[in-house]
Write a protein that binds this ligand. Structure first.
Ligand code: TXA
Ligand code: MG
Length: 311
């Protein structure tokens, strides 16, 4: 159910959870220091308690309330990418942020979202924690309807346009004197090289990734997904509108292969559609570059194709 900015603020300040639009994906928000509201987020999403939340603040300076010092390059990263789809994870003064928000870690993830209505809301409510507004294991929500699919028509959603980016923020984590990549997202990793002087990498430890969330099962539709440069005659294909898939039974278009932003913006909507339409097998055209934002495309479709076998 769509609610106004004032109603959303009032609901949040009285301890409710409200879905909020952002430029990446919709969030499921609560006031960060209202621990019973924060608990509601975990139970609504069915989210494991060891998966910490991102704190959404109105401006970079607000981080100072929670930290002793900011790490090297923090200000440069914030200047270059905030407001925007970048999340920065840094050590904090633990007493300043409830343990449930941090999942007991001594670090906190921060982001200044770019959408005006979201920033206005945070000015009214103070910092908001918000994971993506989907049931755990479903694709993130990029429209009000997606939120209502997962949480019901009566669930309050601050009205907002479909998410412009369509995928979650890129996460950088400061550890052992350097910034590491925690999650691929709406900013291409190459963009950080100019600010940092190096390319942030994933720390090679698959068993315990820097972002606990990377470990949990990700959305996989009921359909068996084949990631391929070729497809079988008569198959359903998820592909690009500037390409020809002669012989396919049906083609669902991500958008143009020349426009990765458009493709990412539609990705989760298309993945949700596969189940809705009862599609049981599909080929995804992955004949696209590996670098830039295409890396995010490859990573998300790979996770979607891994199916429920991960457990
Ligand atoms: O674009 C986004 O980031 C969206 C919008 C709503 O802001 N939010 C989002 O939240 O994607 P969520 O909860 O779905 O993903 C947050 C990720 C998880 O993988 C979590 O493990 C990681 O951030 N994370 C949060 N706090 C962390 C911390 N202190 N250390 C390492 N990873 C952290
Ligand atoms: Mg999520």
């Amino acid at each position: 159910m769509k609610v106004s900015l004032n109603d959303a603020a009032m609901l949040l300040l009285s301890g409710n959870v409200v879905s909020i639009p952002t430029e990446t994906v919709f969030g499921l928000a609560a006031v960060y220091n209202n621990t019973s509201a924060v608990k509601k987020i975990f139970s609504l999403k069915n989210r494991p308690l060891n998966n910490p939340l991102i704190l959404h603040i109105a401006k970079a300076l607000d981080v100072k309330t929670f930290v002793k010092d900011v790490p090297p390059h923090f200000e440069e990263l914030a200047n270059a990418f905030w407001p925007g789809p970048l999340t920065l994870v840094i050590p904090v003064i633990e007493e300043k942020i409830p343990s449930i928000v941090r999942a007991g870690l001594s670090t906190q993830a921060f982001r200044v979202p770019a959408l005006d209505v979201t920033k206005e809301l945070i000015v009214k409510t103070g910092p908001l924690v918000a994971p993506s507004a989907n049931l755990s294991g479903r694709p993130s929500a990029t429209t009000v309807s997606h939120v209502e699919e997962d949480f019901g028509k009566e669930f309050p959603v601050l009205e907002g346009a479909p998410s412009e980016k369509g995928v979650e923020s890129t996460i950088l984590i400061y550890q052992e004197g350097a910034w590491w990549l925690g999650r691929l997202g709406a900013i291409a990793v190459e963009s950080f090289e100019k600010v940092l002087g190096y390319l942030p990498l994933f720390k090679r430890n698959e068993a315990s990734p820097l972002c606990p969330g990377q470990l949990f099962r990700h959305y996989a539709p009921k359909a068996t997904l084949h990631l391929s440069k070729q497809f079988r005659e008569g198959a359903t294909v998820l592909g690009f509108s500037d390409r020809n898939y002669g012989g396919a039974k049906r083609v669902i278009y991500f958008g143009s292969s020349q426009n990765v932003e458009e493709v990412l913006a539609r990705l989760y909507d298309l993945l949700r559609k596969l189940d809705e339409e009862g599609i049981l097998e599909a080929f995804i055209d992955i004949d696209v570059p590996q670098n830039g934002l295409w890396a995010t495309f490859h990573e998300r479709v790979k996770k979607a194709s891994l199916s429920h076998k991960l457990g």
